[in-house]
Design a protein around this ligand. Sequence first.
Ligand SMILES: [Mg+2]
Length: 358
Amino acid sequence: MKIDAVELTLFAWDDIPPTKYTSGAQNQSGKSNLALLSIKTDAGIEGNAFLGSATNPAETDAGALIRFLKPILMGKDPLAREELHAAMRMRQRNMGLRTVGACDTALWDIAAKAAGMPLYKFLGGGRSAIGAYASSQVLESPQAYAEEAQQFKADGWKAYKIHPPHPASEDIKVCEAVRKGVGDGYTLMLDSTWSYRYPDALRVGRAIERLGYLWYEDPLNEEDIYSYVKLCQKLDIPILATEYPAGDIGTYAVWLTERATDYLRGDIPIKGGLTTMLKAAHLAEAFHTTYEVHHGGNSANNMAQVHFACAIPNTTYFEVLLPHGAHKYGVLNDIQIGKDGLATAPKSPASAPSSTST
Ligand SMILES: [Mg+2]
């Protein structure tokens, strides 16, 4: 089997609700665009993926994918993922890893289709569903967070994660209000989006430790490993870092050798695809810890990632980032969380969209 076409089709994405997580990750214009990637083969099997998100329009990466990655892929065996992934990563100095992530996802799609299996089974998974958590955007008041968390709890979702407004004193108020709203026993997490210096990180960490939160995500800048080490030593609550830096498997090593995080984390666009994620999940397994899957930024990535999360034994919950209108677009039969609180992997061989709604 050989790759005989690499095509990108850009399509508009309008009517995105105002969305904000950090000052660097937001969309207030309501507009973005995605691209459907099609990697075609002489065997008639086509692999698909999406490029882009509500906060990173595909048009910013599309040219780089065609210019730098298409020549690497054309004429090659699509099942030689390790070789192709290594060759594509060599172009990191020319472009971001989001393009590599899209191509890698499409190659896994080809492999699962060639095997005639849904991706989770092709990856060795024995389950087809995983508990989901609702992951907030920045909301206007502690009460707004508490009400949202109560609603998701009532709807059967397994957990709720806060992206807080900052500063730290306000974040503690939000965490207290949400705990009070959902009661003891409901699973809560905090993602502080790399926002604190060490003293605030410690103060917030101690507060959510007291409130019984499950994990404390990205309190400090991802370059501040020195302070992450101190924080890990001081706090009992597990720290979840490594969503950033962007990079391949090698970026995880220092976090483990320095004991700067308790859990590992990653996704398709930031880490460059399922190939890296699978290695990182196994690396976490070697340290008897978990690999938590970050939301994928678009519907196709999230569908591939639910297959992935079902296939690895050492992950906790599946992230569904809010609001839905800023993350679900362009596929038929998108992931829906039922009253059982589960995200379910489709049983068909296609792990990514072969048709779009636009
Ligand atoms: Mg995060």
